[in-house]
Design a protein around this ligand. Structure first.
Ligand code: DAT
Ligand code: MG
Length: 201
């Protein structure tokens, strides 16, 4: 009888953990989190468990106007990251108010909205090992005056109100922003033929 009760408790605990896990996962469609392998909880062939981490990178209107899109893409390609989503769009104030929800009360927010809606933006999703952290380093300090040479902002801009590019600042932020900017079907899962040189270390 006791053994039966313990088994029931264990079964219930296990089931409720599974349900919680499923519920948490369902909040983030698999395509946005990192493709089918990640969703299925399988490790890729790589010895690195998180090569399918994703982040949102956007070339802002000043970057598009100055024809810097190619240079931004080139830096991410050279680093070995994989492009899984790309589109050019005129961003709406509604999307921006969600994207920059933490900045809505800042005095510069109206100018930020004006700047971000002044022309097209090129939004991208890049995938790879620690891509969120690496891309923040590649993009550089928010204020280009403090950004190091070699970073996108350090090389191409000098004022915080015209800092060329956006990069998600955390894993959670990246997941939220990718869902905001892209539909699941706009992101592609594909295998790079050079994966063994860039990821399988
Ligand atoms: P980041 O873009 O580096 O993540 P953030 O999230 O703090 O920086 O701010 C979002 C954008 O808002 C930033 O890229 C440019 C603009 N911004 C931030 N601080 C500003 C300021 N003091 N004056 C004008 N624009 C600012
Ligand atoms: Mg930010």
């Amino acid at each position: 009888m006791q053994r039966y009760t313990i088994r029931r408790i264990l079964q219930q605990t296990y089931l409720s953990d599974q349900q919680t896990h499923r519920c948490l996962l369902s909040a983030f469609p698999s395509a946005l989190l990192g493709g089918p392998r990640a969703a299925a909880g399988q490790r890729s062939k790589s010895s690195l468990p998180d090569v399918r981490e994703r982040t949102l990178i956007a070339v802002k209107p000043d970057g598009v106007q100055r024809r810097l899109v190619g240079q931004v893409i080139q830096r991410f390609e050279q680093r070995g990251f994989k492009l899984v989503g790309l589109k050019m769009l005129q961003v709406s104030e509604d999307l921006l108010s969600q994207h920059y929800c933490e900045l809505r009360t800042k005095p510069f927010y109206p100018r930020l909205l004006h700047y971000m809606t002044s022309g097209p933006v090129v939004a991208m999703v890049w995938e790879g090992h620690k891509v969120v952290q690496a891309s923040r380093a590649m993009v550089g300090h928010t204020n280009p005056a403090e950004a190091q040479a070699g970073t996108v902002r350090g090389d191409f801009s000098f004022h915080v109100s015209r800092n060329v590019v956006h990069a998600s600042d955390s894993l959670e932020g990246a997941q939220r922003e990718i869902q905001l900017w892209f539909k699941g079907k706009e992101l592609l899962n594909w295998d790079c033929c050079d994966q063994s040189s860039t990821c399988d270390v």
